[in-house]
Design a protein. Structure first.
Length: 201
């Protein structure tokens, strides 16, 4: 009887060990699969160097806006604005699902950010392609009404209009004007101030 009881205990212990081992393997495999999914499915961000080398990009317009802080709404010479008078509070960089206040966005341009505006009718696929061209910081992405083209990129006193998110001039514009020295305050913060409506990231 004692021998039989001992055997049953040993079989039960062996079975419990197998269950724990299998559970551990399944759990570890799930964690690995989750990590792989996060890496593969996470939106990839582009890498650019701050400033540029004076490369001429076809279609880029240049302006001579000045930088002054004001407390009133501003009528801008460009639409969307590419510099000029602006709020004393900058817009926090990131993606917005609603139009953002011009005066705050222009202050972010003063710090070297690029403001990427798009027509609200842009397809989800085009918007995803556009996101893949953006760096992880010092960029604002937002819809904007009445654009002259589906996508407009604005840096301080520089602007480019494109018809497609696949346009090869988009990364060229970032490489040349992102955190560029022609901005009045390059490298000043792009966070810690004002979140506009529809802040998504």
């Amino acid at each position: 009887m004692k021998l039989e009881k001992y055997r049953r205990q040993q079989q039960r212990a062996a079975r419990n060990r197998r269950i724990i081992l299998v559970s551990g393997i399944v759990g570890a495999a799930s964690v690995v699969a989750l990590l792989v999914a996060v890496v593969v499915l996470a939106p990839q961000r582009a890498n650019y160097s701050a400033g540029g080398d004076g490369v001429v990009i076809e279609g880029v317009e240049s302006f001579e806006n000045t930088a002054t802080h004001v407390e009133t709404p501003v009528t801008y010479a460009q639409s969307p604005p590419a510099g000029g008078e602006h709020s004393a509070t900058w817009l926090n960089c990131g993606e917005y699902t609603q139009p953002v206040p011009n005066e705050n966005a222009v202050h972010a341009l003063e710090h070297g950010a690029i403001w990427v505006t798009y027509d609200g009718s842009l397809s989800a696929a085009e918007l995803e392609t556009l996101r893949s061209k953006l760096p992880s910081t010092y960029v604002i992405l937002s819809p904007f009404g009445g654009l002259p083209s589906p996508i407009v990129l604005s840096g301080w006193n520089r602007q480019l209009t494109v018809d497609s998110a696949a346009d090869e001039r988009i990364p060229a514009f970032f490489e040349e004007y992102w955190k560029a020295s022609n901005a009045p305050e390059p490298g000043a913060p792009c966070t810690g101030a004002f979140d506009g409506p529809g802040k998504a990231s």
